[in-house]
Ligand binder design. Structure first.
Ligand code: HEM
Length: 293
């Protein structure tokens, strides 16, 4: 997994604005390959990635042959490969694409929720109360609980708005010059300012305040909301725009899963234990609660 995440971090870095010169000066792609360093690094990442995922796929195929497989989305993709006659390369691209776009994003948002809730204990308390009331301490929440968890749903929407994944979204490109509402957009690369849109006072009252309540009563699921053509009607813009919109909404929702958090050093453990001792809280004893996510 270390190798997967090393590749992923390097690949994600190239999405940041200004990192790959040829995205901004397309004529550079006419240079001989040996003068295009972005090509060397992209090719090297691709080779490393292909090797790893071909290995995963081989193990999965072997497990399927012997009936030892447990459920994973790779099985669905292999069925799709057979049905649609996809070659191995495209199959691997689909599998690795899902891992690349689905893992760093989700873990990053999970880190954000921990930070944001630590900064807003009143919101954490409300969320905890709702979970205790609706789900109770003896089981994990399921998707069927979702309609009965309006505060948690609102809190998730507000997290996406308040702490967007990227300050400047994934670059897009206009394929031709257009005029929209009197403004001319040339044929060029477009860098959406996710931070400004998330803090737009015309769309959100008091935008710098973390207020899950602003989304109470907004019952559109995230994917339906993301597909609204008028951005003012969307809950947030953290799933991107247009044809390259995040595809997470198409994917069958997973069961709730446990999260383990490993403090980075013994000193960090001591700081956590000390803060827990000093914390004044009315939350239930952690040992009696199966999981909080
Ligand atoms: C909270 C978690 C996530 C966030 C905030 C997020 C956000 C995004 C964003 C901003 C984009 C770029 C959209 C654009 O170009 O405008 C994207 C693309 C994408 N996401 Fe997600 N994502 C998340 C989780 C996932 C998961 C779990 C999956 C699948 C398992 C997924 C699948 C995809 C795919 C396939 C694309 C590429 C779409 C394309 O380029 O055609 N995402 N996501």
């Amino acid at each position: 997994m270390r190798e997967v995440f090393d590749i992923l971090t390097r690949a994600a870095d190239s999405v940041l604005p200004g990192r790959v010169l040829v995205d901004y000066i397309p004529i550079l792609e006419r240079l001989p390959e040996f003068l295009q360093p972005w090509l060397w690094s992209a090719n090297s990442l691709r080779r490393r990635e292909d090797a790893i995922h071909a290995g995963f796929l081989a193990v999965l195929k072997k497990q399927i042959e012997t009936g030892a497989e447990s459920y994973c989305f790779g099985i669905d993709v292999l069925k799709l490969q057979k049905k649609k006659g996809l070659d191995d390369r495209l199959t691997i691209d689909i599998l690795k694409g899902i891992i690349v776009v689905g893992s760093e994003t989700t873990s990053s948002m999970m880190q954000s929720i921990i930070k944001v809730l630590a900064m807003h204990p009143e919101a954490q308390k409300k969320a905890q109360e709702e979970l205790d009331r609706v789900v109770g301490p003896l089981r994990l929440p399921t998707w069927e609980d979702s309609p009965n968890l309006p505060y948690i749903r609102a809190l998730i929407k507000e997290l996406h708005r308040f702490a967007p994944l990227l300050y400047v979204g994934v670059p897009h490109a206009s394929t031709e010059e257009i005029t929209y509402k009197g403004l001319t957009i040339p044929k060029t690369i477009l860098l959406p300012n996710a931070w400004a849109l998330s803090r737009d006072p015309e769309r959100y009252q008091d935008p710098d305040t973390f207020a899950p309540e602003r989304f109470l009563g907004d019952d559109l699921d995230s994917f339906t909301s993301a597909k609204q053509s008028d951005y003012l009607k969307r809950d947030h813009i953290n799933y991107g725009w247009g044809r390259r919109l995040c595809q997470d909404g198409f994917i069958k929702k997973p069961k709730a899963f446990r999260v383990s958090i490993t403090p980075r050093s013994d000193e960090a453990v001591q700081v956590l234990l000390q803060s827990a001792e000093e914390a004044v809280t009315e939350l239930p004893d952690a040992d009696t609660v199966e999981s909080f996510i």
